[in-house]
Structures are given as structure tokens and as C-alpha cells.
Design a protein around this ligand. Structure first.
Ligand SMILES: Cc1cc2nc3c(=O)[nH]c(=O)nc-3n(C[C@H](O)[C@H](O)[C@H](O)COP(=O)(O)OP(=O)(O)OC[C@H]3O[C@@H](n4cnc5c(N)ncnc54)[C@H](O)[C@@H]3O)c2cc1C
Ligand SMILES: NC(=O)c1ccc[n+]([C@@H]2O[C@H](COP(=O)([O-])OP(=O)(O)OC[C@H]3O[C@@H](n4cnc5c(N)ncnc54)[C@H](O)[C@@H]3O)[C@@H](O)[C@H]2O)c1
Length: 494
């Protein structure tokens, strides 16, 4: 039986990152993947959907520019767009595969990493069975990392046939733009695909929202911008609507909604996308001999440790945040914990996220909803994009920056949201401040290039310190500072 220091189940972003960190420690490592290298980080997930989003955004901008010069838009051809996405996916998988091949052939690394395709199952604490079409292999591992990821959640009354009623695993494999598409679930996946399909301008999109606003975890001012743009692109948002029935009738999707006023309404569309969250891939990963504790959301890990001493869990299989950067962070951390002593704790406070919407929404740390739930007294500033020269030059001033800090002398950064052009690049400096547990003074004096969106971040910081160029509370609240008192539940401008 082959012996390994570490065996990793799943080669998505979490497992791949863990394997590469183990190689740094020169430990004999096995990485097992049953399907596609890169997991949902590449295929039917992060990279593929972001390629669709980029192409859709380009097409929307192209159509707008053509109409500015009084020109007709050409037709958008599904096959061409899909081919480009497939190229992006192949390019990334090829790079990761080629990297594995190079490691295998490298005199420095070849003895440390084995990559095997097959389905892995933990038989006991140190034994893994790997099955593929041809054979079954059994290996010994001192430590095991589970990185088996997640898949789309299904609902009992929604007959997903992956042809008419689809999940995020198959929506990108359709053969043409549907004339109409209903999306069940207005979370990140649902809103990103609503943005993608409405951006191409070939599909009438309906979005079913259980509550009164999409993206229920986000602040109302952020959501308002996104909803406005979706609706301007022709998306119909069914608010406060419960899906009571969905069926395939004569090749079309019929769905029935119960509205909050007691009425029911029926609609017919060509396709449906169900995006109501994800569930962990835990089935048949471990046998009864290894009782790993989990709940409905995933493995209950403590800093990547599971309830079994030598078995760790990372990425989407765990019951916390499902993101590529979080999976990679956990993967690297788990391996450092196994083979050394990590110098830093595993912290989630400075995790940056981007939601690929119209416009993009970048975030780090807390938003106001979360800060209120956690009982913080905080100071906040909002700076409108209309005050930022770069946004004016771009001829797109829609959006704003919102920065939250503690309401004390230190003014530690709690979190930030940026909605608008280049939002993602604007948040990095603040993410760094949070990770360094620093106050905002540092950012106030740094000289930013001009014109740049990050000047808006600097103006936010200066406004909180009472030394901004544009003063708070004037100019129709385009620069606005306020504090929130959690005991009184009140907001006061300053
Ligand atoms: C549509 C969509 C868009 C997304 N967009 C973003 C984004 O923009 N940014 C972002 O940060 N995140 C995004 N995500 C989330 C991100 O894709 C996941 O958080 C990430 O892929 C999780 O990585 P993972 O390695 O934990 O799991 P996965 O990527 O799910 O990989 C797990 C791997 O394990 C393999 N596996 C499972 N069981 C076994 C077994 N028994 N034996 C061997 N192998 C096994 C699977 O085949 C798979 O390849 C998106 C997700 C979706 C669905
Ligand atoms: N840009 C990004 O970083 C990005 C993009 C896509 C996905 N992701 C990750 O993937 C994960 C999964 O995304 P998701 O959108 O599937 O999950 P989600 O949890 O973000 O959203 C699910 C939505 O479905 C709604 N819902 C649940 N049950 C419903 C029902 N019966 N009827 C109607 N609506 C219902 C919920 O209210 C929620 O709004 C996210 O946690 C996210 O971390 C990240």
C-alpha cells in the first residue's frame, strides 16, 4: 500500500491550494479528483460565469456606444459567446494540469506530489479507497484534508431536468439564448445570471424574490442601485412572491406564484434557473468508521479541524463562506497547521468579495446590516461617484462608496462597500487596513494618482476625520457622514 504524509480529496481551488502548500513543506502528498481539475472555481462556477459576465458587459457597452452614434447593433450569437467561455475554461484547466505535469517532471518536486483521478472515500482514519473506471486503489495517509466542495441545492417541488429547468451546473450549456428565463432565488448566483442574460439583450428575465428586495444580506442603498439597473434592462422582479408550482408543459416552463396579497399568478417561460444556494458534497466521502460531525450546511470545523484529529476540512464542504479566496485561504492554513505552526490566525474579517452585477459591487468586512446585528456603534461615510473625477470622465457616475469605522478615537475600519465602476480595485487598500487592524489615518495622507476611483476612498476617510475637500451634508448629501447608536437604534448626521 502506498504511504502519504497527506491525502487531499478534491482538486477544486481549496484542494489545489492545499496540495501546493504541502509541496512547499516537501511532504509526500496525494491529490485526488473525481471530475474536473479546478472544480467550481473554473467550470460551471466562478471563472466560467465571470467570463459570461465580462462578455455580457462588453456587449451592453457596445450596444450603448452604437446607439450613441446612431448605429444598429449586430446580432449576438450564442455559439460564439459560449465558445469564448469554453476557451477561458480550457485555458485555466490546461494551466493547472500543465503545472501538475511540470511538478511531476521536476527533480525538485517529483517525489512529493501524486495526482490521481478517481473517487476517494475515507475508509478509516488513515486509509483512503480510490475508485475509477479501471481499478480500485487503497492508500495510507497520516493526514487527510477533505475539499470535496458543494453543488446546487434542489427543492423537492422543482423538477430540475437540466433541459428546461436548469441549475448553475447546466445553464451555461444551453444551445441558444432563451427568449425568456425565470430565475428562482435572488441571491448572488441568481442576480449575476440575471445581469448576464439581461445584458446580452436577447432574453426577457424574471427574477423570483421571496422577500421585498433582492440580495437579502446586502444594505438597502446597495440593492437599490442594482434593482434599478436590472429593471431598466427589462428584468421583471417578482417581489414578495412564493413559488408554489413549477412544471414543464409542452416543452415550456409554467410557474405559479403566491403573492403577498393572497392572489396567485401563473407565467410561462422558455427556461428556468434554480439558484437557491448550495449544499455540501459529503455523501460517500467517509465511512461510518470515521464519524465526522456535520450539519446541513457542511462539516462543522474549528479552524479547519474536524471532529477527527488527523482529518481537516476546507472550502465549500465546511459550514461557512463559499468563495474561491476563502477555500484557498483555508487550504493553505490547514496544511500550515498540519506541518508547522501558522504565524497568523485564520481570520475572515478582511475577506474581499465582488458581486458581478451592474455595476459591480465590491465589499470587505461588515456592511451596515451586519454591523447593526453585531451591536456596533459605528461612524459611516458615503461618497457619491458624482464627486469622483474619474467616474465623471468615464461618463458613468452611478454608484457610491460607503465606509464604516468604529465610533471611537481609533476609528478602526469595520467594513466597506463600493458600488460602481472599478469597485473591485478600489477596496484593496481598505482590506489591508482591516487585516493590519489599523485606523484610517494612514489612508488620509497617501497621495493617490489622479484621476482615480481610489481618490473617492481617500475623500471618504478625510470626511470621517473632518478634513475632506467636499464637506459632509452639503451638495445634496453627496458626501454624508453619520453615526449609528445601537442602543437607541438611531442615526445622526455629523
Ligand atoms: C455560478 C457560480 C459562480 C461563482 N462565482 C464566484 C466568484 O465570482 N468568486 C468566488 O470567490 N467564488 C465564486 N463561486 C464560489 C466558488 O466557485 C466556490 O466557493 C469554490 O469553487 C469552492 O472551492 P472548493 O475547492 O471548496 O470546492 P469545489 O470547487 O466544488 O471543488 C471540489 C472538487 O472536489 C471534487 N470531489 C468531490 N467529491 C470527491 C471525491 N469523493 N473524490 C474526489 N474528488 C471529489 C469535485 O469533483 C470538485 O472538483 C461561484 C460559484 C458558482 C456556482
Ligand atoms: N461573486 C461571487 O463571489 C459569487 C458568485 C456566485 C456565487 N458565489 C457563492 O456561491 C454561493 C451560492 O450562491 P447562491 O446564489 O446559490 O446562494 P445564496 O445563498 O447567495 O442565495 C440563495 C437565494 O435563494 C433564496 N431562496 C432560498 N430558498 C428559496 C425558495 N424556496 N424560493 C425562492 N428563493 C429562495 C434565498 O433567499 C437567497 O436569496 C454563495 O454563498 C456565494 O458565496 C459567489
Amino acid at each position: 500500500m502506498k504511504k502519504y504524509d497527506l491525502a487531499i480529496i478534491g482538486a477544486g481551488p481549496s484542494g489545489y491550494a492545499a496540495a501546493m502548500r504541502a509541496v512547499d513543506f516537501r511532504k509526500k502528498t496525494l491529490l485526488v479528483e473525481k471530475q474536473t481539475l479546478g472544480g467550481a472555481g473554473i467550470t460551471n462556477g466562478a471563472l466560467s460565469s465571470k467570463t459570461w459576465w465580462e462578455l455580457s458587459r462588453d456587449m451592453l457597452a457596445f450596444r450603448r456606444n452604437l446607439s450613441r452614434y446612431g448605429m444598429q447593433s449586430p446580432a449576438t450569437i450564442w455559439k460564439e459567446i459560449q465558445q469564448e467561455v469554453n476557451l477561458a475554461v480550457k485555458e485555466r484547466i490546461h494551466l493547472l494540469q500543465h503545472h501538475l505535469d511540470c511538478l511531476r517532471d521536476s527533480p525538485t518536486y517529483s517525489q512529493y506530489l501524486d495526482y490521481q483521478t478517481g473517487t476517494a472515500e475515507i475508509v478509516d482514519e488513515n486509509t483512503i479507497k480510490i475508485t475509477n473506471d479501471e481499478e480500485t486503489d487503497v492508500v495510507h495517509a497520516e493526514y487527510i484534508v477533505i475539499a470535496s466542495g458543494s453543488r446546487p441545492r434542489t427543492l423537492p417541488h422543482l423538477p430540475i431536468d437540466e433541459e428546461h429547468i436548469l441549475s448553475s451546473d447546466t445553464i451555461e450549456h444551453m444551445t441558444d439564448f432563451p427568449k425568456s428565463l425565470v430565475i428562482v432565488g435572488a441571491g448572488v448566483v441568481g442576480c449575476e445570471y440575471a445581469t448576464i442574460f439581461s445584458g446580452f439583450g436577447q432574453t426577457k428575465v424574471f427574477l423570483i424574490d421571496k422577500g421585498d428586495s433582492i440580495l437579502p444580506f446586502e444594505d438597502a442603498d446597495v440593492v437599490a442601485v442594482i434593482e434599478k439597473n436590472l429593471e431598466e434592462q427589462g428584468v421583471h422582479i417578482h417581489r414578495n412572491s412564493t413559488l408554489t408550482k413549477m412544471e414543464i408543459v409542452n416543452g415550456k416552463v409554467m410557474y405559479e406564484l403566491a403573492l403577498s396579497d393572497g392572489r396567485t399568478e401563473t407565467f410561462e417561460v422558455e427556461k428556468a434557473l434554480v439558484s437557491v444556494g448550495r449544499v455540501p458534497n459529503y455523501e460517500k466521502i467517509w465511512s461510518d468508521a470515521v464519524p465526522i460531525k456535520m450539519n446541513l450546511r457542511g462539516i462543522e470545523d474549528h479552524d479547519t479541524n474536524t471532529s477527527i484529529k488527523n482529518i481537516f476540512a476546507i472550502g465549500d464542504i465546511t459550514a461557512d463562506i463559499n468563495l474561491v479566496n476563502v477555500g484557498e485561504l483555508e487550504g493553505r492554513y490547514a496544511v500550515e497547521k498540519i506541518f508547522s505552526h501558522p504565524t497568523k490566525k485564520l481570520v475572515y474579517e478582511n475577506i474581499s468579495t465582488i458581486m458581478f452585477l451592474n455595476p459591480e459591487v465590491a465589499g470587505v468586512g461588515l456592511n451596515e446590516k451586519m454591523a447593526k446585528e453585531k451591536g456596533y456603534n459605528y461612524k459611516a461615510v458615503t461618497v457619491d461617484y458624482t464627486t469622483i473625477p474619474r467616474a465623471i470622465a468615464k461618463r458613468n457616475t452611478q454608484g457610491f462608496i460607503k465606509l464604516l469605522v468604529t465610533n471611537d478615537d481609533e476609528m478602526k475600519v469595520l467594513g466597506m462597500r463600493v458600488v460602481g465602476e472599478q469597485a473591485s480595485s478600489a477596496i484593496q487598500a481598505v482590506a489591508l487596513l482591516i487585516s493590519m487592524n489599523k485606523g484610517i489615518e494612514e489612508l488620509a495622507e497617501c497621495v493617490h494618482p489622479h484621476p482615480s476611483i481610489t481618490e473617492g476612498i481617500q475623500e471618504s476617510v478625510r470626511a470621517l476625520l473632518g478634513k475632506s475637500i467636499l464637506k459632509s451634508g452639503l451638495l445634496n448629501n453627496k458626501v454624508n457622514c453619520y453615526c449609528y447608536d445601537c442602543e437607541r437604534g438611531e442615526i445622526e448626521s455629523f
